[in-house]
Design a protein around this ligand. Structure first.
Ligand SMILES: Nc1ncnc2c1ncn2[C@@H]1O[C@H](COP(=O)(O)OP(=O)(O)OP(=O)(O)O)[C@@H](O)[C@H]1O
Length: 581
């Protein structure tokens, strides 16, 4: 401000100033403090560069030149600091010659960059609004043009592979191959009206993460005879004869999988180490597929060994049967309170979203709000629980039958879904199958047991995600000892963010205890006990209030979604699957 006053304060010395032609910078000529009118300078002719030719009114040339120099310096300072009247701190151009105004370009400012980053983060965060638009309006359209389309006459149906509530599955072959690849062995599912959803999911997966699920070839609608409705035909490449369920029923599991996934048999003697290695590979493949599905906003909702097939070509396990899946990017197949689930493998919450969340809104609205709803409900953790049960069955041979799994579910419920309590009650029975299983899980400082606990938790939010699970040391070959410092740090982060507060506190407590006593900046045991006593109860007022506010916000968002009407252009993308009846 002092500088401004000084600059402005010089203005009254009108008539004293002489501005020699060409001696002033353009900036100074344009500032009001130096404007010819303000300085009492009579303008003569101006050349095209905007520098005026000035004539002095008084003859005090020498003194004035010194003052001009000083004013120029002050002005440069004002401009540099960015404090001053509008045309002092920015280029306002010349009143007469507008062409001297600065060109309007993109001005990058810190708040602008921060806002752009925030918007980009939102649009790209799970389940991905921006990639979703690209997928739906560009890739899907391109695919429709490029890919060959089929009709039922193109296939010869063979052996029946299975029959479910939604359709019948056959082995099939093509009458005449349309693509370059050998299409000799195929699988065809003749499905009822729910087949439309399965086609949608399979097409999404094929575009985004084809290696995670069975190789989908085409889906089309066929009209049945009058009054019988439509039928959907779904065609996949035949991946192989064995599902994980088939393989797990074999007494030799997991050794029967070894040759299939590694192409050779390990030299190690049979035992926990070798079994651990095979189970780890299977789990890694399941979790990677889940991670890919969740990354594009698809929750499978029916993860079980029967829906995991071994692909002979890819030499890995893939997911099948997307009929119950929900696409939470656009809300396809999401119906609140829906109960499609297999109770043996379903997570205790039963629903992937809060029951307060209404039916899916129109896709553009659902897409725009999907990151918020995803973060609020973490629906992906439903599949993680089911995958946790598969892990459990692989480790404990005596839990591989339906009856024993149902029994386990009951026991766990009785233990309040606390795996530690379940372990205590199980170990007391001294069953050799359980003993061997725990031995396997306790290897490498118990990383397997830790991962299992992180997957099988009552609250979805406290469960580990598929992506985080893949970062867990269980999946790192050398176990905890082989971890780098950064990996260990990341592990601690995963541990603390997914454990109960009491467990997180125990970890901090342990860390502090290890760091020494008071003399070296740590805490004594008595002090730690005091701290522990101060740890708030799980249901204190603050957490209750926070929970209530979150639920309130969720209901508000849900109500907003529900009030938005159906868009007119729905026909463009979904109606090709709508029944004509
Ligand atoms: N791509 C594939 N390659 C090989 N076999 C397959 C493939 N897809 C499905 N199958 C076989 O067909 C069976 C039934 O498939 P799928 O689970 O998709 O049908 P479904 O009608 O939904 O059955 P369910 O209702 O029992 O789950 C599977 O268990 C598997 O054995």
């Amino acid at each position: 401000m002092a500088l401004q006053q000084l600059t402005l304060g010089l203005n009254p010395i009108q008539g004293l100033v002489v501005i020699p032609s060409g001696s002033r910078s353009r900036t100074n000529l344009r500032s009001p403090g130096h404007h010819p009118a303000a300085w009492g300078i009579q303008k003569g002719k101006r050349n095209r560069s905007g520098v005026g030719e000035c004539r002095c009114q008084l003859g005090l040339v020498g003194a004035a030149a010194g003052v001009v120099e000083m004013v120029e310096k002050l002005n440069a300072l004002v401009l540099g600091v960015g404090v001053g009247l509008p045309c002092q701190v920015m280029d306002c151009g010349d009143v007469v010659y507008r062409s001297t105004l600065p060109k309007q370009g993109l001005i990058i400012t810190a708040p602008g960059v921060a806002l752009a980053l925030l918007v980009a983060t939102y649009l790209w965060s799970q389940p991905g609004v921006a990639p979703g638009f690209w997928d739906m309006f560009v890739l899907a359209k391109l695919e429709q043009i490029i890919r060959p389309s089929y009709k039922k006459e193109d296939f010869v149906l063979g052996k029946k592979l299975g029959e479910g509530a939604f359709g019948t599955v056959y082995k099939a072959s093509l009458v005449k191959s349309k693509s370059g690849k050998s299409d000799s062995e195929l699988v065809v599912k003749k499905a009822n009206q729910y087949g439309a959803v399965e086609v949608w999911m399979n097409e999404r997966v094929r575009r985004a993460c084809s290696s995670s699920c069975a190789d989908f070839i085409d889906g089309f609608r066929e009209s049945k005879r009058k009054g019988k409705g439509d039928e959907f035909w779904l065609v996949w490449r035949y991946e192989g004869d064995a599902t994980l369920d088939d393989l797990m029923k074999d007494k030799d599991f997991p050794y029967n999988v070894e040759q299939m996934i590694y192409g050779r048999v390990d030299e190690l003697p049979k035992g926990p180490e070798r079994e651990n290695r095979i189970i780890r590979t299977i789990m890694r493949q399941i979790m990677s597929s889940l991670k890919n599905l969740h990354a594009i906003g698809i929750v499978h909702r029916d993860i079980k060994p029967q829906n995991i097939i071994f692909s002979q070509d890819a030499k890995s396990f893939k997911i099948i049967d997307l009929g119950a899946a929900a696409d939470l990017r656009v809300g396809i197949n999401y119906v609140p309170n829906e109960f499609l689930l297999d109770p043996r493998y379903a997570a205790p919450e039963q629903y992937i979203m809060s029951t307060q969340t209404p039916s899916a809104p129109p896709p553009p609205v659902a897409a725009a709000l999907s990151p918020v709803l995803w973060q609020m409900n973490v629906p992906d953790r439903f599949d993680v629980y089911s995958a946790g049960l598969i892990f459990l069955q692989m480790v404990f041979p005596n839990l591989r039958t339906d009856g024993s799994l149902i029994q386990f579910n009951r026991q766990l419920k009785r233990c309040d879904y606390n795996m530690v309590k379940w372990r205590q009650s199980t170990e007391a029975r001294n069953n050799p199958d359980f003993r061997r299983g725990f031995e396997l899980l306790d290897r490498d400082e118990g990383v397997g047991w830790e991962l299992l606990q992180a997957m099988i938790r009552f609250k979805g939010r406290q469960r580990i995600s598929a992506k985080q699970a893949l970062d867990h040391p269980f999946f790192i070959r050398d176990g905890l000892l082989g971890l780098t410092f950064l990996q260990k740090l990341r592990l601690q982060l995963i541990r603390t963010s997914f454990q109960d507060r009491s467990e997180a506190f125990a970890w901090v407590q342990n860390l502090m205890a290890k760091s020494g006593t008071k003399s070296v900046g740590g805490f004594t045991e008595a002090e730690l006990q005091k701290l522990k006593d101060k740890e708030p109860k799980a249901k204190d007022t603050v957490s209750r209030n926070a929970l209530a506010s979150a639920l309130k916000l969720q209901r508000k968002v849900a109500r907003t979604i529900a009030t938005v009407g159906e868009p007119a252009n729905k026909r463009n993308w979904w109606n090709r699957w709508e029944s004509t009846n």
